[in-house]
Design a binder for this molecule. Sequence first.
Ligand SMILES: NC(=O)c1ccc[n+]([C@@H]2O[C@H](COP(=O)([O-])OP(=O)(O)OC[C@H]3O[C@@H](n4cnc5c(N)ncnc54)[C@H](OP(=O)(O)O)[C@@H]3O)[C@@H](O)[C@H]2O)c1
Length: 278
Amino acid sequence: MRLIERLLYPRLELNEQKLDDEVTGKTIVITGASSGIGKQLVKVLAKSDCHLILAARRLERLASLQQSLHKERAHIDVYGIDLREEVSRERFVDFARDVSPQIDVLVHCAGHSIRRPVRESASRMHDFTRTMAINYFAPVHLTLSFLPELEESGGHVISMSTINACLPPMPHFSAYQASKSAFDAWLRSAAEELERVGVVVTTMYLPLVRTPMIEPTKAYGKAPAMSVDQVAVRVGRAIYKRQTSVRPWWLSPLQYITLHRRNLRDYSAGRRGNDADR
Ligand SMILES: NC(=O)c1ccc[n+]([C@@H]2O[C@H](COP(=O)([O-])OP(=O)(O)OC[C@H]3O[C@@H](n4cnc5c(N)ncnc54)[C@H](OP(=O)(O)O)[C@@H]3O)[C@@H](O)[C@H]2O)c1
């Protein structure tokens, strides 16, 4: 690993025994399990005697992952679904209920990113409706649907958010960032209510992660990125530690600096007469 990556994303160890103790006998739903972070997480969890219910559009990839893990201890069910469709999501919830009387952990990994300047987006409203459908409506709908089971089990909801939800938005990713920020805000609001009924919520504020999602963006080719192994380690730790938020060590200071800069900019704009409330 490059020095810069070691500094930004220090290697953490997974206590496999603690994870095994935590997930044995439990049912874990993972969306977006056919690739990247979700797929790596499945490989880690499959070592335990738990029940994994996996969802993504590419059923053949889920089936081949299931096949490759058939000697592991987990029982794995797979389901092909386009999570952008509400009716399909309802069918998936029925399927999960058919194959398991309980749901203990719900991991939202499915997501879609789009990089496009707004001036090239006029005829592409579908960029915005599709990213909202997969990055916002799907995880909201599944969380609400599985709430009775999660409440019953004192369960756990885990979301793959992005550090950008905590920082000033980047140009060219307006559709992606708006939809990820929408779910981040929804989950932060819901978390308080869920925690009162015994459901833990973990938001993973992820930096750039080396997965197929970032491949189309050439500029990311040489940028420091976290490995999927290290994301899976962090999710595993969040499961047995029941952490509410997982973030790189440098995110909070960076958040503070950017907020401070923004306040200064807003203040000087106000002094120039741009702020209607003054
Ligand atoms: N990579 C990063 O730098 C990064 C950074 C911060 C946060 N994240 C978040 O981490 C999560 C995982 O991303 P990744 O990097 O592992 O990307 P990835 O390798 O592209 O995986 C995305 C997963 O989402 C599934 N998916 C996409 N659209 C779907 C749909 N309409 N219906 C059902 N499943 C769908 C894909 O499966 P199918 O194509 O088979 O449907 C795939 O399994 C995402 O929520 C992403 O926003 C990633």
